[in-house]
Design a binder for this molecule. Structure first.
Ligand SMILES: C[S@@+](CC[C@H](N)C(=O)[O-])C[C@H]1O[C@@H](n2cnc3c(N)ncnc32)[C@H](O)[C@@H]1O
Length: 270
């Protein structure tokens, strides 16, 4: 998912990020990943209320989102298969004085129904996790089915159109870009050893949420213009707040949002 960190991510491994916490947290500190997080949380904030007082973050990584949610006073369960990412999350939440509001649980998407039955969370996030799950469609349905009434859901997936545009802006070979366009696949994983997965298109994702009984409240593109701007010789010097304002607006534009590097859908069980 990053552009500057070299690491081996084995798609066949059950937990593709295990043992990579140092590299992963370094990646999360890059300007483009900080922008991603800022945009995702700004989109989510449009729908969050005090009623969403308990949250389950599936594939919680190093706890960045969990820290934001806990700082807002919510009770957060972090579900994360990679032991060293769980340790990084614990460190972050402890340092921020938020650990008392959080439970860090070892497990995968397969454990969501069991956790939901026990904790009845009023919010659930699946941010760039479905890309690493063998059966993304089945996993999403299984996560959504047991959610209680009023539960808010935020799903983020990679978008092949955003990847294509960013690669074009960086001057990729047109023949390679054409292959990429025709394949309809998404390239995921950390830099160095990426792998391709079938993309989960926006309409299919929205359809799966509706089929699970959710109302789709918001649809956003995440990082629409940043990656194009950053490819220009002067691009990396742009004011981060100006780029954030631009990409927040572009991510809500009905046409431009379709070209975001990531797609975010927010829904709610009535
Ligand atoms: C790209 S990272 C995203 C982390 C975090 N959600 C974020 O948006 O910053 C993917 C995360 O999914 C986790 N993961 C991989 N396979 C998983 C599975 N089967 N179930 C749950 N999480 C998984 C990884 O360990 C990693 O933390």
């Amino acid at each position: 998912m990053g552009d500057a960190v070299n690491a081996v991510v084995n798609p066949a491994a059950p937990h593709a990020f295990d043992g990579l916490a140092d590299r992963y947290t370094a990646l999360m500190a890059t300007p483009w990943q900080r922008l991603r997080h800022r945009l995702i949380t700004a989109n989510l904030d449009r729908h969050l209320t005090a009623a969403h007082r308990s949250w389950l973050d599936v594939g919680a990584g190093d706890g960045l989102l969990a820290a934001d949610l806990a700082a807002q006073g919510r009770r957060v369960t972090l579900l994360e298969p990679a032991a060293d990412l769980r340790a990084a999350a614990r460190q972050r939440l402890t340092a921020a004085g938020l650990i008392e509001r959080c439970d860090i649980v070892a497990g995968t998407v397969d454990d969501v129904p069991r956790l939901v039955a026990r904790r009845a969370p009023l919010g659930l996030s699946l941010h760039n996790v479905l890309e690493y799950v063998p059966d993304a469609v089945g996993a999403l349905a299984a996560c959504l089915r047991p959610l209680p009434s009023g539960c808010l859901v935020s799903v983020v997936v990679g978008n092949p159109y955003g990847q294509l545009l960013a690669a074009a802006a960086r001057g990729a070979d047109p023949a390679d870009l054409l292959d990429q366009l025709r394949s309809g696949t998404l390239t995921v994983g950390l830099d160095g050893h990426r792998f391709t997965r079938p993309a989960l298109p926006l309409e299919e994702l929205a359809g799966l949420m509706r089929a699970a009984g959710l109302r789709v409240l918001g649809s956003y593109g995440v990082r629409v213009l940043n990656d194009v701007l950053a490819a220009a010789p002067s691009g990396s010097g742009a004011d981060p707040d100006a780029v954030f304002a631009l990409d927040l607006a572009a991510g809500q534009d009905p046409v431009l949002s379709r070209t975001g590097r990531y797609l975010q859908l927010v829904g709610q069980r009535p």
